[in-house]
Design a protein around this ligand. Structure first.
Ligand SMILES: Cc1cc2nc3c(=O)[nH]c(=O)nc-3n(C[C@H](O)[C@H](O)[C@H](O)COP(=O)(O)OP(=O)(O)OC[C@H]3O[C@@H](n4cnc5c(N)ncnc54)[C@H](O)[C@@H]3O)c2cc1C
Length: 283
């Protein structure tokens, strides 16, 4: 069943996994030979029959193939990681808001953890619009870095890397590199610079990283879009499970990608999230 107003697939359709790539010890990418017409930042609900259905950001949708990249953290994702080429999973969507830019802007993309996957989708689409990109990828150590080579293959793209232990690139958090960039301490990109050193900042990753990005962009008056995650069940605004305090905005339709001004009105942003029963958990 597709939605009358947006055409999104609201019931799962099963697809065979067309490709499996092990990115790191705990991170896997599945490719499906289908396009759902997803935009960068949108998510799909991925159904593993007999186990659960969970939200996953689209890591790429080029009109022919769709990719998702996931971290094996719990019950469903650990079972997903055992699937092989030819196995069936259900997909529905795409759902939610997406990152938005103007042609030829200078975009700074900050990625932490599996956030590198939707950031790569964003970067590859923005590159087609002539944007100049600075991508800052962070991870605990070099073994956990994702999509660095893929970012490097894009035109007009500068790639910076930060690892907590200093095993590759800057030692410390990726947000420190953003701070240096916004303070004008690092070089602007070689080509495509406009009057503004940075037109927009996009971020996807752990919430403490998003809060730091939000604060920096607010301080430097740079427009910013952030991808927020909450417990999502239906994906299209019906169940209310992902409603955030204090507005009650359902993040599956009002998000996951929100502008910084909106993120800063969410009183629980950076403080807590709720589980499937609505119980609060500090972040
Ligand atoms: C919009 C959005 C996009 C996401 N994109 C990705 C992605 O690209 N790659 C990726 O690896 N993960 C992504 N996640 C997170 C992913 O959905 C959870 O890690 C996954 O649901 C964990 O399921 P599990 O059964 O393996 O683990 P569990 O043991 O059930 O849970 C592990 C953690 O995931 C949370 N979680 C469980 N189910 C959900 C749910 N339905 N909605 C939100 N959080 C949940 C739990 O609260 C817990 O913190 C995304 C989440 C959202 C909301």
């Amino acid at each position: 069943m597709t939605c009358g107003c947006c055409g999104n697939q609201r019931l799962p359709v099963t697809y065979r996994i067309a490709g499996v790539k092990k990115e790191t010890e705990h991170v896997t990418t599945f490719t499906f030979a289908v396009s759902l017409g997803a935009r960068p930042g949108q998510f799909v609900m991925l159904w593993l029959p007999g186990v659960d259905e969970i939200p996953m950001s689209v890591a790429n949708d080029d009109g022919k193939k769709l990719r998702i990249t996931f971290f094996a953290v719990g019950d469903t994702t650990k079972k997903l990681a055992k699937l092989t080429k030819g196995d069936l999973v259900g997909l529905r969507g795409p759902f939610g808001t997406h990152y938005a830019w103007e042609p030829k802007q200078h975009l700074v993309l900050i990625a932490g953890g599996y956030g590198a996957a939707p950031m790569f989708f964003t970067a590859s689409e923005a590159a087609k619009d002539g944007c100049t990109l600075t991508t800052i990828v962070g991870a605990r150590s070099k073994e956990h870095l994702l999509y660095v080579d893929a970012f490097s293959s894009l035109p007009r793209t500068t790639v910076r890397v930060a690892t907590d232990d200093g095993s590759q690139g800057h030692k410390g958090y990726n947000v420190q590199l953003l701070r240096e960039l916004l303070q004008g301490k690092t070089l602007r990109p070689r080509s495509g610079s406009t009057a503004h050193a940075v037109d927009q900042v996009f971020a996807c990753g752990p919430e403490h990283m998003l809060v730091a990005v939000s604060d920096l962009c607010f301080e430097h008056k740079v427009p910013c879009q952030l991808s927020l995650e909450r417990y999502m069940k239906c994906g299209f605004g019906l169940c209310g499970n992902c409603a955030v305090d204090s507005s009650g905005m359902r993040l599956c339709v009002g998000g996951p990608v929100v502008k910084n001004e909106l993120a800063r009105t969410i009183t629980e942003f950076g403080k807590y999230h709720r589980d499937d029963l609505g119980k609060k958990h500090p972040l």
